[in-house]
Design a protein around this ligand. Structure first.
Ligand code: KG4
Ligand code: ZN
Length: 495
């Protein structure tokens, strides 16, 4: 979905939709044009395949604390796809940015669909204007909402992989971040077992919740909203967190926000640095994902530039550790062993870095070829009865992973004109990754941000703070009908 501020050039597209939606009481082109260009108005359009399929406008006079929603329309062919909500989100965010504390609107008394949408945004009926809509002789309901300027206390629940995380924030401030990991239970299998993870979440949830409330020194009743990861991740694991969040929401009557795990990793930076400076490139590297994102706006414009086409970076560390006879999780083990090795001893392949691969997979990653190359190297030596130089293999493997990760991330920064790189995920603990990223960013004049480690790995605080950003921008709560979405796209910040 592309949503952006409207310009005069959109007039004809907007008018076509105006005619389609409002026929006999449509605005004239002159009226619409003067609305679009007025200094006290703000219009947005939403596009599908470059065609305007929705628009909405807000007016706010300087010096007044009131904003008015002038109009909102979506093409009948796209109703029910969330475009109306997206437009409302954009308008309420703008009203807030303009320091309005109240928003008013008029709606046809016979348009119950629109009224329901407004109610989701906290609008209530405060009056009626008789026969306001002509020539149909239909009444207008006047509706109003107040903008909450206080910083919301948000409880965030994360359960997408093997960490049960519950975090509590007040606005951008961290109050508690409690994590229970089932990592040890997966160790004997050499990787996360979904069923085991789901069961562990179930067992950990209540104690982790109690501890988080204790640490934040608040009661469940003090919380303003609940945020929960609804994807991407392991379906069974996600479902445990989602069920808990919904139960808490129903029991306490607090609104719920279903948020994207990957965007949560980016939002974690708010807790470390106050706000996410945008645009930024984000490189998320963990046992579950290797994703390169272009974040122009945390809540409205996150783009996936590339991701792994096979193993995640952390997974590669875990699998190679296994080949080398090291325990799970492999990342820290390889880091430890590699310290004494020579990173250029063996030239392992850099996945998807050859010119022919770069054409199609410029920002994508592949680590399975590297894993096979390491296994092959070990096998050949063992067959020959020669000794494997563990430190050299570990250091050379680590170098190959880090080289690709950092090179592609820096390329993304340079090619998109973005002077900022944010790292997230468990692999950011890697000593060599930190070293190489710091060095190359310095050389290229790129600002590097790595939040503290407990905010880099999966946690509930990043989910809570993302929920808080949504609330503070005026976003409506999620409908309770949302479910777990293990392949949730990064463009969908809230479900
Ligand atoms: O983000 P995370 O804690 O959990 C998820 O995968 O969701 O990341 C765990 C991954 C594991 O694959 C682990 O091997 C890797 O992060 N990891 C490391 C290091 N520490 C943890 N990888 C490389 N070097 C490390 N020092
Ligand atoms: Zn993660």
């Amino acid at each position: 979905m592309l949503i952006r501020e409207a310009t005069e050039k959109d007039l004809s597209g907007i008018m076509a939709l105006e005619q389609e939606c409002f026929s006999n009481d449509a605005w004239s082109e002159d009226v619409m044009n003067s609305e679009l260009i007025a200094s006290h108005t703000f219009y947005v359009v939403v596009l599908e395949d470059e065609k305007i399929i929705g628009y909405a406008g807000l007016s706010k006079l300087p010096g007044s604390n009131q904003a008015d929603i002038q109009t909102i329309a979506t093409s009948p062919s796209v109703r029910g796809k969330g475009y109306g909500r997206a437009l409302m989100n954009a308008l309420t965010a703008k009203a807030k940015e303009l320091s309005a504390t109240e928003i008013f609107l008029e709606v046809r008394a016979d348009n119950t669909t629109a009224q329901k949408l407004y109610e989701m945004f906290g609008f209530t009926r405060i009056g009626i204007r008789k026969n306001y809509y002509q020539p149909d002789n239909v009444d207008a309901f006047v509706m109003k909402t107040s903008i909450n300027t206080k910083e919301p206390i948000v409880l965030g629940i994360e359960s997408s992989c093997d960490e049960t995380g519950i975090g509590i924030v007040r606005g951008n401030q961290l109050l508690a971040n409690v994590i229970s990991s089932s990592m040890e239970q997966h160790a004997i299998f050499g990787g996360v077992v979904p069923e085991v993870a789901a069961r562990a979440h179930l067992e950990a949830l209540t104690p982790v919740l109690d501890e988080a409330l204790n640490k934040a020194n608040i009661a469940l009743d003090d919380i303003d909203a609940i945020a929960v990861t609804n994807g991407p991740g392991l379906a069974g694991a996600l479902m445990v967190g989602i069920s808990a969040a919904k139960a808490l929401s129903v029991a306490t009557g607090k609104p719920i926000y279903a948020v994207n795990h990957l965007v949560g990793h980016v939002a974690a930076d708010i807790l470390a640095n106050g706000e996410v400076a945008t645009p930024t490139i984000a490189l998320l590297v963990s046992g579950g994902h290797t994703s390169l994102l272009l974040v122009r706006d945390l809540l409205n414009d996150v783009q996936l530039l590339g991701e792994t086409i096979d193993d995640a970076a952390g997974e590669a560390f875990d699998k190679v550790a296994r080949v080398l006879g090291l325990p799970y999780p492999g990342g820290p083990q390889i880091d430890r062993v590699a310290k004494d090795g020579n990173p250029s001893a063996i030239r392992f392949p850099r996945g998807l870095s050859l010119p022919k691969d770069m054409a199609e997979h410029r920002y994508d990653f592949s680590f399975s070829g590297l894993k096979t190359a390491v296994a092959r190297h070990v096998e050949v030596l063992e067959d020959r009865g020669e000794e494997v130089n563990l430190p050299d293999v570990a250091a050379s493997f680590r170098e190959a992973v880090v080289d690709v990760l950092v090179s592609k991330a820096i390329n993304a920064c340079k090619e998109n004109g973005v002077p900022r790189l944010l790292l997230g995920g468990g692999v950011t603990a890697n000593a060599r990754l930190r070293e190489v990223a710091a060095k190359r960013c310095l050389e290229e004049g790129i600002e590097l941000r790595i939040p503290p480690f407990d905010l880099c790995t999966d946690n509930g605080a990043m989910i809570a703070v993302l929920g808080a950003q949504l609330i503070m921008s005026g976003a409506a709560p999620s409908n309770l009908s949302f479910g777990a979405n293990s392949t949730l796209q990064v463009t969908k910040v809230q479900s």
